[in-house]
Design a protein around this ligand. Sequence first.
Ligand SMILES: NC(=O)c1ccc[n+]([C@@H]2O[C@H](COP(=O)([O-])OP(=O)(O)OC[C@H]3O[C@@H](n4cnc5c(N)ncnc54)[C@H](O)[C@@H]3O)[C@@H](O)[C@H]2O)c1
Length: 418
Amino acid sequence: MNEVFRGRLAIIGMGYIGLPTAVAIATRGIDVIGVDVNPATVAAISRGEVPFVEPDLAVAVSGAVAMGRLKATTETPEADAFIIAVPTPFNEDRTADLSYVKTAAEQIAPKLKPGDIIVLESTSPPGTTEKIGTWIGALRPDLRMPRDGQAVADVYIAHCPERVLPGRIMIEIVTNDRVVGGLTPKCAEKAASIYRLFAQGEILLTDAASAEMAKLSENAYRDVNIAFANELSMICESLHIDVWEVIRLANRHPRVSILSPGPGVGGHCIPVDPWFIVSAAPRLARLIRTAREVNDRRPHDVAEQVVAKAQRFRSPTIACLGLTFKANVDDARESPAIEVVSLIAKALPEFDILAADPYVHTLPKQLREFGNLRLESAYQAVERADIVVLLVEHEPFKAIRHTRLGGKVVYDTRGAWR
Ligand SMILES: NC(=O)c1ccc[n+]([C@@H]2O[C@H](COP(=O)([O-])OP(=O)(O)OC[C@H]3O[C@@H](n4cnc5c(N)ncnc54)[C@H](O)[C@@H]3O)[C@@H](O)[C@H]2O)c1
């Protein structure tokens, strides 16, 4: 009991999750081999560099590589434990695309020996961890896969979902509680031995399907609550009531905590993961589906409001402040702000649209097709605008003085200028 892993560990997928996990384990004296299909990623890590921006990660990677504890390769090696941290996007029909997970399992299969541990960290629909056992079992009939109710197995398979927040990954990877769900209790115990190396939070042992569903439930919970705030915002706008004042007052109730509305939900977790629940139980997941639809619809609602405001002018200039998916980061993937700007530029081709974001230095490719749209400094954009739309509450935007907004129509989708 409370065993701590010793041996060689390979991590498949060196992205936002795999690389910080590799560093956290390597700095605890374990030899870690990072595997990635992208040769540029492998080359960068081998030089001790990080192929993306995440606070405090660069120094940790260069240290782990310099110590010889972290190596990167495109070939899956033999190891005593394997962590899978590959993408799990959705297909066009919004079912989970498990092809990356399956490929990773197939890469691991020929390298396995009795006693090895496999942990799936990728966010996955219920039953995926079990599928890993089936896929590997088909390729390695010589190894007994773990099965519920059977005491003996040659390898141990578990799910340990990741719940870190981009921008705080290096802190949260250590401090967050971890849920470890095994295909059998022994699998959970074996997988937990890896997280005991570095996790300071509690390690909660369970079965694999519960761990899969717990992770999806966390993001669906967030999505439903954001959808409530967004819907409230639309209702209040239509009734000419200030939604921020309503939320401020309602939140004085001791058991009410309404979230802040915004222009939509971005990133690659919250807008994706609830669909895995919907596709697992389509008839039952009515609230979760509706929340997704409300949040997906939100950029259209915001753009329509801006277009309506533009009708009051003959030839307005519109400043859109913020393009990233949330405040104070440079990540613009799945950003609702970009969708809002693109909808406005499309609906108002005859008017000038100025986009500004301190973290975005070239116009994102989704916005390059619009001749009426260009990137400007926030100062210039606000100066020239008749209508100012705040889409992301970056600190420099929050600091814009109210006097600079005087005489302009202001649409603050984040409530940052109240
Ligand atoms: N980024 C987050 O904040 C976050 C938070 C919680 C959970 N997750 C989940 O973690 C998983 C990984 O997300 P991410 O953000 O790290 O993705 P990512 O795209 O940053 O990284 C994935 C990496 O896997 C590599 N890869 C793909 N197939 C491979 C294969 N067969 N062998 C080796 N490498 C392969 C890719 O080249 C890429 O470098 C996803 O399921 C995601 O939903 C992410």
